[in-house]
Design a protein around this ligand. Structure first.
Ligand SMILES: [Zn+2]
Length: 128
């Protein structure tokens, strides 16, 4: 019983790592994105059509990633709230500075959110 729980926990952590590292949900080896993207160069992350290891198709149908927008929105709001709590309550900055920091962090994390939200979306609908 205890061993099963430990194995389950390792599997869940492995899955979370696969999602954050944008790995293929089918094999866990291939990468979903070929390019990381760079917000300073206005370059969006480049997504692979299929997994390089197992040929798994990432976009199930046209418009499949429409729902990833909502995941991206949730991630951005969570990051904004975390920044607000950190800089408003713990660092005690002025409202304008807190707003500026939140705006900057949101822009800086936009490509990360783009990649992770699509990865979450792919993993959510794997084997469904
Ligand atoms: Zn794969």
């Amino acid at each position: 019983m205890c061993l099963n729980f430990a194995v389950l926990r390792i599997k869940v952590m492995s899955k979370v790592l696969d999602v954050v590292q944008c790995k293929c949900p089918n094999c866990g080896k291939g990468k979903v994105f070929s390019g990381q993207g760079n917000i300073f160069l206005f370059k969006m992350p480049k997504m692979n059509e299929r997994c390089s290891e197992c040929n798994f198709k990432f976009e199930k149908e046209t418009g499949f990633f429409f729902g990833a927008m909502f995941v991206s929105y949730a991630l951005a709001v969570a990051q904004m709230i975390a920044c607000f709590v950190l800089f408003w309550y713990f660092v005690d900055l002025s409202p304008m500075r807190v707003f500026s920091i939140i705006a900057i962090i949101t822009i800086l994390l936009s490509t990360f959110n783009f990649r992770v939200s699509r990865s979450i979306w792919i993993h959510l609908f794997y084997k469904v």
